[in-house]
Design a protein around this ligand. Structure first.
Ligand SMILES: *Cc1c(COP(=O)(O)O)cnc(C)c1O
Length: 367
């Protein structure tokens, strides 16, 4: 006979289960609202969706019955032009999420340490746990900037192998100043800069060009946000040669589907259209920010991404999230100590913002 405890790796058996996100149809049924009534501002998805050329390429793709190109040849050639990075040192994944997992599996032996700087994206610590690694937590300062001396101290005392940084950071929206990265790159570890939202900040804010000059820097990107392809799962990383070479060895050959590769290539070929939508979202971010700031119980933080973090003042953030949800408006609440009093709202269309603002004003009117 066996038990779960005798077969499951102890580090994994002890892991907290991931909080699942309810699919839209289930949530709509639960709220008694039609799906079209839902205003989904909880996952930073792009309300304008994929480029019409990506949709046409998907409709016309003739090789869904053939396995995808394991070398992502066309996509990497297009990405090399987009990022000005050699194709040989670009690795694509089923979302940036897969690359986070691959980097950790490649570098981390059980018990080895990773530095995480919350509040930030949850996958760094989650995947470190799955790999049996140890998360060394160096919280951000009250203004959400990095605590450089504390990171340096943690790196020097814990023998950490990887430091995850995010710019713009999710969920706080702030960019990392270049002088901070310059200083952190002197640490004897791999620095991974996650640029999932960089298109909303402007590509001139990217650290991608630095990858060619620093052997311990990797930059991660995704098509999920700016290109509206979250449902297709496609991301990529710019790596130094030694790391790209090793990642190629351990990735699943067919990790990026035919549909994802086709849509990503067509998106890169239709950048003018997609960047119009990015500009639209950036303009809407500023408009929404000012309206949120005018509400007495919200304090929005400046953001370089397609979302706005708000501190909820004088009332419970979780209750506010649930009140909005009753009206079909979905925003992100974090059940963690760093963000107990906060909500994150994704920037949607002007109509979606107006629905959110109307609901918030009603909450205020009702006390
Ligand atoms: C959304 C997000 C990702 C995930 O990207 P995928 O390509 O969809 O896996 C990665 N990093 C950050 C910071 C994100 O917010």
């Amino acid at each position: 006979m066996f038990t779960a405890a005798s077969l499951i790796r102890p580090a994994l058996a002890a892991l907290e289960p991931y909080t699942p996100i309810l699919p839209l149809d289930v949530l709509a049924a639960r709220l008694g609202l039609p799906i079209e009534r839902l205003v989904k501002l909880d996952a930073n998805e792009n309300p304008y969706g994929p480029s019409p050329k990506a949709l046409a390429a998907l409709a016309n793709e003739a090789y869904y019955h053939i396995y995808p190109d394991p070398g992502h040849t066309s996509l990497r050639a297009a990405l090399a032009a987009y990022t000005d990075h050699p194709a040989a040192h670009i690795v694509c994944g089923a979302g940036a999420d897969e690359l986070i997992d691959l980097i950790l599996r490649l570098c981390l032996a059980p018990g080895e340490a990773v530095i995480d700087c919350p509040p930030t994206f949850g996958m760094y610590s989650f995947d470190t746990g799955v790999c049996g690694g140890r998360v060394v937590v160096v919280p951000r300062r009250p203004d959400f900037s990095l605590d450089l001396p504390a990171i340096e101290q943690a790196a020097n005392t814990n023998g950490a192998k990887i430091l995850f940084l995010t710019s713009p950071n999710n969920p706080t929206g702030n960019l990392m100043p270049p002088e901070e990265l310059e200083r952190l790159l002197r640490l004897p570890l791999l620095v991974v800069v996650d640029e999932a939202y960089i298109e909303f900040a402007g590509l001139d804010q990217s650290f991608a060009p630095w990858v060619r000059q620093h052997a311990n820097l990797a930059v991660l990107r995704t098509f999920s946000k700016w290109a509206g392809l979250a449902g297709l799962r496609v991301g990529y990383g710019l790596f130094p040669p030694w790391l790209a070479e090793q990642l190629w060895k351990i990735k699943q050959p067919y990790n990026v589907s035919v549909a994802a590769q086709t849509a990503a290539c067509a998106s890169l070929a239709d950048r003018a259209y997609l960047f119009d939508n990015v500009a639209r979202l950036c303009a809407e971010r500023e408009r929404l920010w000012h309206h949120l700031a005018a509400l007495p119980f919200l304090k929005p933080y400046p953001s370089a991404a397609n979302f706005i973090l708000c501190r909820v003042v004088g009332r419970a953030a979780h209750a506010l999230k649930l009140t909005l949800e009753q009206q079909g408006i979905l925003v992100r609440y974090y059940n963690n100590p760093y963000l107990h009093d906060y909500l994150r709202v994704s920037v949607g269309t002007p109509a979606q913002s107006d629905a959110l603002l109307a609901a918030l004003r009603e909450v205020f009117a009702n006390g």
